[in-house]
Design a protein around this ligand. Structure first.
Ligand code: ZN
Length: 198
């Protein structure tokens, strides 16, 4: 579990004990816009959040043409730890010219992809510092799975985070909002939690 000091602005406070749900549960609520307590189990993947550099959807590409951006770009310093959004199985590790070094985790009907990572891919294994991920391996929510790098097509260190549901890319921004709403629905809010520990 993340230590208190590593939590980004309290966003993840109060999540202890909520990450034990079966990944298959995710398939029960495919609409991220819906208010649902279960979304609160999701974990924001960047420990040291610096800002968003590119949103999901159509954008102007480096060549000036319009292109579809299938994820959310989250700026962070090189080497920033990346945590797993939802418990699941390592579906793929790869290195290509666009995504660079990439990891895909499958959680039920969802796949979440992490691009431009540091570290290396050798065969079916991704390695970065203490992290070793092999295809088929189980990973917990919030588990350290990678580090921010500059591999692939990128002009600066950031995480490209993509989420697919049954093969269709979703806007991770909507999912983040659903996670925040889910947290507000929790009987014990993070504020109450910290007040109780004074
Ligand atoms: Zn991107």
């Amino acid at each position: 579990m993340p230590s208190a000091s590593s939590r980004p602005r309290g966003l993840l406070a109060g999540l202890v004990g909520l990450q034990l749900g079966l990944a298959a549960d995710l398939g029960l609520f495919p609409q991220p816009a819906r208010s649902d307590l279960r979304w609160a189990r999701g974990v924001f993947p960047i420990v040291h959040f610096a800002g968003y550099t590119s949103h999901f959807g159509r954008r102007t590409g480096p060549g000036g043409g319009r292109e579809m951006h299938s994820g959310l770009d989250i700026a962070a310093p090189l080497g920033t730890p990346i945590r797993n959004w939802w418990g699941g199985t390592v579906a793929d590790v790869f290195h290509d010219s666009g995504c660079g070094v990439g990891v895909v985790i499958r959680s039920g009907e969802y796949e979440h992809m992490y691009c431009h990572l540091g570290g290396t891919v050798l065969g079916d294994t991704y390695a970065s510092g203490p992290v070793l991920l092999r295809r088929g391996q189980q990973v917990r929510a919030s588990q350290l799975i990678a580090h921010v790098g500059m591999s692939g097509r990128t002009t600066g260190p950031h995480l490209h985070w993509g989420i697919r549901y049954r093969g269709t890319w979703l806007d991770p921004g909507l999912i983040l909002r659903a996670m925040v709403r889910g947290r507000r629905l929790q009987p014990q809010s993070p504020q109450q939690f910290s007040q109780g520990r004074k």
